[in-house]
Design a binder for this molecule. Sequence first.
Ligand code: HMG
Ligand code: MG
Length: 303
Amino acid sequence: MSDSVRLVEVGPRDGLQNESKSIPAAVKIELIERLVACGLCSVEATSFVSPKWVPQLADAADVFAGIRKQVGVRYPVLVPNLQGLERALAVGVEEVAIFAAASEAFSQRNINASIAESLQRFEPIMHRARVAGVAVRGYVSTVLGCPYQGEVALNDVVRVAKYLYQAGCYEISLGDTIGVGTPRRARTMLNAVASEIPMTALAVHFHDTWGQAIANIHACLEAGVRVVDSAVAGLGGCPYAAGASGNVASEDVVYLLDGLGMSHGIDASALARTGEWISTQLGRASSSKAGRALLARQSPAVD
Ligand code: HMG
Ligand code: MG
């Protein structure tokens, strides 16, 4: 099994979608460019969702158009419907992500549609994306618990993931949207999905609400997953998931991978500085313990 792990950086999207402070497009663009300079080769840039639902990302077109794109780097964006896809195509997006949930209650709150309606809605998106030559990634949210209905049946996670994969998504990201999972449950969930979809087409997406994200990722790496979503400085949350806190910090995942001897291609120091920089822009401390420790080691405090 390969020892190389691909990180999908979701901070500019999953992180900034939830910020109460308004962030200028220029800062978002600089964040994305800094992340790419750290060695990240997949950076989720923004969302072409309804600005009435997520006003924080109403500048999606300006942000995407403003990025100085690097060859070999993917800049996926979220699209909830055909309208979002058309807006994304108009600014030259080459990869999109569609998002469904395994929980009926969360689906309603997040996209105002039942799971079945959302899957139907994806059909014309997949068709249009195929015609446009655009790659599609799929998310399944609330795979280990839902803020509105509590328990989520494993069968529903597998069913929705399989649907997205069979519809043509090249990769399925399994999201613990509210960060309630623990390692054994995370591994059981991953293995259940992997019994229907190749492990090489799966990614894990953990939020760190209960402090279990790194342990969950470790368990999933041991089970064979090699794609991990994370956000610099632990930015993140979902505006439609009450109580959800940040994504697992990219700096913490890099430290874990280094400790496991797994390759990732990311400059840990540059990433820690980027985490510090965006946290300063947001007026708060970074949530990454590894990032803070690394920077403290590099410039020890003088008594
Ligand atoms: P709706 O209100 O049912 O949609 O929302 P609608 O079709 O009735 O449209 C309402 C208005 O929005 C209309 O404008 C549309 O034109 C406009 P009006 O006529 O009233 O002026 N509109 C749009 N405008 C721009 N771009 C669009 C668009 N679509 C409609 N794409 C909808 C349905 C799906 C649009 C809405 O619920 C929505 O945008 N939801 C997005 C919510 C969201 O972004 N959640 C966070 C992302 S998911 C997440 O974070 C989880 C994840 O990280 C994984 C994990 O952690 O598990 C991925
Ligand atoms: Mg998320």
